[in-house]
Design a protein around this ligand. Structure first.
Ligand code: ASP
Length: 418
C-alpha cells in the first residue's frame, strides 16, 4: 500500500495547526466577513465525506475477511463493546463528579428559554436506532452517508465472503484494491487539510459574530464551559492514555502525535464521521494498527463510541437541573449516568448531534427541554473539544483491540501447532 511519507505527514500536521490558529485569528478579528470562506471549508468536508462510503465498505470487508474465522469476529466484537461501554462510563462519571463539585448552573438566569426546533422535532427511541441499523436499501443508506447500516452490511457481506473459500478470492482482491485506492485518495485530500481547517474555523467564529461577540457568549457560560473542558481533558490526557499504555502497550505521547492529523481535523470539523478517513489513515499507516482492528473498531467507534459526548451530556443535564433549581438525588444521577451513555451511543458523528440526543437524558429525569436553550450559543465551540475526545477514544480502542486480537491469534496459532 502506498504510504504517505512520514515527513510529508508531519508537514501537513504543522500546516493544519497553523491553519487552525490563522483561522481562529481571522474569525476573531474579521468576524462576519469570514463567512465568505465557508465554501472552502465545505470543499474539504465534502472531499472527506465523499470517500466515507467506499472506505467503510472496502476496508470492513477486507478487515473482516482477514479474520478468517467468524468466531473471532464474535470475540473481537465483544471486546470492542466492553471497551466502548467502559470508557464511556468512566467519562460520564468524571463529568458527574466535576459538575457536582463546580456547580456551574447555580444562579444562571433561565428567563425566556426555548427549546430549539431541531431538538423537539426529533423522535428518538431505542427501537428506531435498532431499526435504522438494517436499511431496506443499502444504496439509500449510502446516499445519506448513514454509517451504521453500512457497517452492518459490510460485516455481513465480509463474514459470508470468508465462507466461500477460493470462489470468494476475486471479490476480496477487488475490495483490497478499492481499499488501497481510497487510502491513496485520503492522502491527497490531506494536502488540502490546512486550508480546509483554516476556512472551517474562520467561518464558524465569523458566523458567531467574531471574537468580541463570541467572548461575551462564552463569558456567560464560562463556568459551564470550563467544567466540560476540564472533564474532557482529564479523560483525554490521563484516563485514555493510561488505558492505552496498560492495555495497548503503546507510548501514549507518540501514539497521540501520530494521530495528530485526525485529532486536529476532528477539532476543526466537529464531526467524527467526516474525520473517519483520516482516523483510519493515521491509525493504520502511522501507528501501524492492523487493518483488521482499525477497520472494525474505527467506523463503529465513529458512530457509537463517543466518550466526549457522553461526558458532555451528563454535565449539561445536571447543569440544566442546577439552573432550574431542581435537586437531583443519587438515583436520578444514576439515571443520568445510564441515559448519557445511551444518548452518546445514539448520537450521529456529525456536528452538534449530542445536543439533539440530550432529549433522552433530560426526559429520563423530567427536566425541561427548554433548558437546552441555555447551552445553544456556545455548543458549536464545545462540540469541537468533545469530538476530538471522541476520535481519540476510538483511536485508543483500535490499538487495544489490535493488541488483544494479535495476542489471541498468536496463542491460537501456537495452540494449533501443539
Ligand atoms: N460532533 C460530535 C461527533 O461528531 C457528536 C456530538 O457530540 O455532537 O463526534
Amino acid at each position: 500500500m502506498s504510504t504517505l511519507n512520514r515527513r510529508a505527514s508531519n508537514i501537513i500536521l504543522a500546516g493544519i495547526i497553523i491553519g487552525m490558529i490563522a483561522g481562529g485569528l481571522c474569525g476573531w478579528f474579521f468576524g462576519e466577513r469570514m463567512v465568505s470562506v465557508k465554501w472552502v471549508g465545505d470543499l474539504f468536508l465534502n472531499a472527506l465525506k465523499m470517500v466515507i462510503v467506499p472506505l467503510i465498505v472496502a476496508s470492513m470487508i477486507v478487515g473482516i475477511s482477514s479474520l478468517g474465522d467468524l468466531r473471532k469476529l464474535g470475540r473481537t466484537g465483544a471486546w470492542t463493546l466492553v471497551y466502548f461501554l467502559s470508557t464511556s462510563g468512566i467519562s460520564v462519571i468524571i463529568g458527574i463528579i466535576l459538575v457536582n463539585i463546580i456547580r456551574p448552573g447555580v444562579g444562571m438566569s433561565i428567563a425566556g428559554m426555548e427549546a430549539p426546533e431541531t431538538v423537539l422535532s426529533k423522535e428518538l427511541s431505542l427501537t428506531s436506532v435498532i431499526l435504522g441499523m438494517i436499511p431496506e436499501n443499502i444504496f439509500d443508506a449510502a446516499a445519506r452517508n448513514d454509517v451504521l447500516p453500512l457497517i452492518v452490511f459490510s460485516l455481513f457481506f465480509g463474514g459470508i465472503l470468508t465462507t466461500l473459500g477460493e470462489r470468494g478470492r476475486p471479490v476480496l482482491a477487488f475490495f483490497e484494491a478499492v481499499n488501497d485506492v481510497v487510502m491513496k485518495m485520503v492522502h491527497l485530500i490531506m494536502y488540502f487539510a490546512p486550508l480546509g481547517v483554516f476556512a472551517l474555523i474562520a467561518y464558524r467564529l465569523g458566523k458567531a459574530g467574531g471574537g468580541g461577540l463570541f467572548w461575551m457568549e462564552l463569558a456567560k457560560l464560562l463556568k459551564y464551559a470550563l467544567t466540560v473542558i476540564t472533564g474532557l481533558l482529564i479523560h483525554g490526557v490521563f484516563v485514555l492514555p493510561i488505558i492505552l499504555w496498560v492495555l495497548g502497550r503503546r507510548n501514549p505521547a507518540r501514539y497521540a502525535f501520530n494521530m495528530g492529523n485526525a485529532l486536529t481535523t476532528a477539532f476543526s470539523t466537529a464531526s467524527s464521521s467526516a474525520t473517519l478517513p483520516l482516523t483510519m489513515e493515521c491509525a493504520e499507516e502511522k501507528n501501524s494498527v492492523s487493518n483488521r482492528a482499525a477497520s472494525f473498531v474505527l467506523p463503529l467507534g465513529a458512530t457509537v463510541n463517543m466518550d466526549g459526548t457522553a461526558l458532555y451530556e451528563a454535565v449539561a443535564a445536571i447543569f440544566i437541573a442546577q439552573a432550574y433549581g431542581v435537586p437531583l438525588a443519587f438515583p436520578q444521577q444514576g439515571d443520568i449516568f445510564i441515559t448519557a451513555t445511551l444518548a452518546a451511543i445514539g448520537a450521529a458523528g456529525i456536528p452538534e448531534a449530542g445536543l439533539v440526543t440530550m432529549v433522552i437524558v433530560l426526559k429520563s429525569v423530567g427536566l425541561p427541554l427548554e433548558g437546552i436553550g441555555l447551552l445553544l450559543s456556545i455548543d458549536w465551540f464545545l462540540d469541537r473539544f468533545r469530538t476530538t475526545v471522541n476520535v481519540w477514544g476510538d483511536s485508543v480502542g483500535a490499538a487495544i483491540i489490535d493488541r488483544l486480537e494479535s495476542g489471541y491469534s498468536s496463542s491460537t496459532t501456537a495452540a494449533d501447532h501443539t
